[in-house]
Design a protein around this ligand. Sequence first.
Ligand code: Z5A
Length: 208
Amino acid sequence: MSDYEFITLEGIEGVGKSTAIQVVKRVLEDNGRNVIITREPGGTAIGEKIRDILLSTQNDAMSPVSELFLLLAARAQHLAEVVSPALASGNCVVCDRFFDATFAYQGAGRGLDMSIIKSATDLISPFFVPTLTLLLDAPVEVGFKRIESRGKTDRFEEQNRDFFERIRESYLNRARLEPKRFCVIDASQSLGEVSDRIELVLKEKFGN
Ligand code: Z5A
């Protein structure tokens, strides 16, 4: 393994990112790495407050541009307070969503201009490109079904199916454009199969 590992997990809701992140942690720790698990939006006290604003269904009036800048504010704080110091200390950082989510959700989902998202993203995180991005991919209805038992939806989950179809396609396009960074995992498989695949990918990439 190299000294610098920044791994991100991406995908539409309910595909199993939070579940998979525990598998990533276990495999890396078995490999002798110190692992910091974190998430976006969130990961810091300020970021978690911004997350609450972003997810609250009371904020349905939020414009796409406001949403973008709240996400970026949370990210700037997260990079300064968590990601940058953790990587500098030789930790492996595993993050539930990062900038690919911004292109997929705010770009493809909300329809904001991708070049504006790219400029804003470069402004706050020019040096932080994940070394590996695991894209958990499954049909939209699979994700919906997995989260329906929660009974409560957040502001993003209230969006219609087309919104998530566009996001899924955008993620897959990004993976096609950067095959070295992305690894697409078929998340419609059973938990055991998804875990085995992730374990294999990590061992292939980082050695045993
Ligand atoms: N967002 C954005 O718009 N722009 C950005 O730049 C960023 C984020 C960074 C919060 O993210 C929102 O922020 C998100 C996008 C937006 N919008 N939404 N919605 P989040 O990551 O916290 O929210 P989420 O994607 O909704 O997370 P989630 O619903 O918890 O999904 P998940 O983590 O992918 O799934 P899970 O909790 O691991 O699994 C869901 C259930 O399925 C659970 O009961 C599991 O036990 C089960 N599961 C998992 N895997 C399997 C398999 N393989 N088989 C069967 N059952 C499974």
